[in-house]
Design a protein around this ligand. Structure first.
Ligand SMILES: [Zn+2]
Length: 476
């Protein structure tokens, strides 16, 4: 029995301090402490006042299939579209979506218009977060190069002083190896990572779908795995090269999607290189067969040939167009394996909302991206439910994993389930599920291949910095 609804009801307004909340007999998940199990928490005046692990008879009947309490999630990779494309998303709508997805910290990518390539744009974004009234913590990357154009290094020092947590030209790679080398050196001096979108733009010119059987049958131009593995190999070589000069240099590859690229990172880690990477929920859970209308989870056993299974969904759904593309089952399995063995340090959503007009077009012409920040935990829980991913690892990949990549002082300690700290937590009802519909998404971006699908685990409450960030409406 969970006794939270009555006390939370008084503090339901977003932004209000959680004055008094007690959650009894829940399943606590504490990745920083490496522990999960039955427990209880008390939040008072926005602080996590008490955390008690239950033992013996008291713990009886408390299962991870009921209500779970975990630290609030950190999204390493989100596109909030402000400034420049506020009709696709605003910082306010993006933060509301994040809260609905259980996130309490969001790292905004720099590919806004203008790009976050000077401190003024960064200040404007942070001010918009403050004005939104959301208690979600917004952090932002600076662009690696001026205008993300790849030719001149952005003022990394000034951006860092203004609060940039790292540097990325995401949406595009840093094309020049020489500039990437300088960026790793300068960002290293500043103690910040370079976050690379690994893509060989010559190999992917005109590409629409993962190179393979599905693309061939659907008549879509193939997007080869080498377009990812090549730039990863290049980045690792440059990283190894700069380390003697700048031992603090750090390279993070975001949204890796292929077995080949992940294997390169795995080996580089064994060799001791300071490299990290993340994978997205959609590359773990979805495959390119979704483009053909066959929408099994990537890990589900089914006929290896998708052609014979009938077509429950329409093919060429442009909501599935994403960069990098959805891969085949073996690449998705490699993403999952990398997450489990620690090759992938984190799960990042790559939340990429778009206007409907940019998505409601022919597959190959649609904008790349999935509105994914609200469905991330549901996809991971689907893998948990099917026995493919331990719950503790799934939560770790959304909390202490990304915190370690960012390397910010005090993380993850003050962000975990820590007594006395400001409450940053998410409460999820694992006994409930929810239907993904345009109306159920807080994001302005409604392009999700999961529309019409039921996802496990309903977020009941998200508390950020001791304040209500999201609360599920009372059931009718
Ligand atoms: Zn990207």
């Amino acid at each position: 029995m969970v006794e939270h609804s009555a006390t939370v009801a008084a503090t339901s307004e977003v932004g209000r301090v959680v004055a008094d909340l007690e959650i009894r007999r829940a399943w606590l998940v504490d990745p920083a402490g490496g522990r999960e199990g039955p427990g209880e928490i008390v939040v008072q005046d926005g602080r996590l006042e008490a955390l008690t692990w239950l033992e013996g008879a008291e713990a009886e009947g408390v299962e991870p299939t009921g209500v779970i309490v975990a630290p609030g999630f950190i999204d390493l990779h989100a596109h909030l579209r402000e400034p420049g494309s506020e009709d696709a998303e605003t910082i306010a709508s993006g933060l509301a979506a994040a809260a609905h997805g259980g996130f309490t910290t969001v790292c905004a990518m720099a590919n806004t218009d203008p790009a976050i390539d000077e401190p003024g744009v960064l200040a404007r974004i942070l001010a918009a977060a403050g004005a939104s009234g959301s208690p979600i913590e917004l952090l932002a990357y600076g662009a690696t190069t001026v205008g993300r154009a790849g030719s001149i290094l952005a003022p990394l020092g000034e951006l860092s002083d203004a609060g940039a947590i790292g540097f990325s030209d995401d949406g595009a790679p840093v094309r020049s190896a020489a500039i990437l080398r300088n960026a790793l050196l300068y960002a290293g001096m500043l103690g910040r990572p370079i976050v690379e979108h690994a893509e060989d733009l010559e190999l992917t010119e005109g590409a629409e779908a993962n190179e393979g059987l599905v693309a061939t049958v659907l008549g879509l131009k193939g997007w080869p795995a080498a377009a990812e593995a090549g730039p990863v190999a290049r980045g690792l070589a440059i990283l190894a090269d700069v380390l003697p000069d700048e031992p603090r240099a750090r390279l993070h590859f975001t949204h890796l999607s292929t077995a080949a690229a992940l294997e390169l990172v795995r080996r580089a880690k064994v060799a001791g290189l300071p490299v990290t990477c993340d994978v997205t929920p959609h590359h773990l859970a979805l495959t390119d067969t979704w483009l053909a209308g066959v929408r099994d989870w990537a890990w589900q056993d089914g006929p290896s040939a998708w052609l014979g299974t009938g077509q429950p969904a329409r093919p060429y759904d442009s909501a599935l167009r994403v960069n990098p593309p959805l891969r085949d089952r073996s690449d998705a399995a490699a993403c999952l394996a990398a997450l489990i063995d620690g090759t992938a340090d984190a799960v990042a959503t790559d939340h990429a909302p778009h206007r409907q007009v940019d998505k409601a077009v022919e597959f190959g012409l649609a904008a790349n991206g999935i509105s994914g920040i609200e469905t991330a935990i549901g996809l991971l829980l689907a893998a948990v439910d099917d026995g493919r991913l331990p719950l503790l690892r799934a939560i770790e990949a959304l909390t202490s994993g990304p915190a370690a990549i960012l390397g910010l002082a005090g993380w993850p300690g003050t962000r975990g389930l820590l007594e006395g700290a400001p409450a940053n937590l998410v409460v999820i009802d694992r006994s409930d599920d929810w239907l993904v519909e345009p109306g159920s998404l807080r994001s302005k971006g409604k392009a999700s291949p999961l529309i019409g699908r039921t996802l496990p685990g309903r977020v009941l409450l998200t508390i950020a910095g001791g304040r209500v960030a999201f609360q599920a409406p009372d059931p009718a």
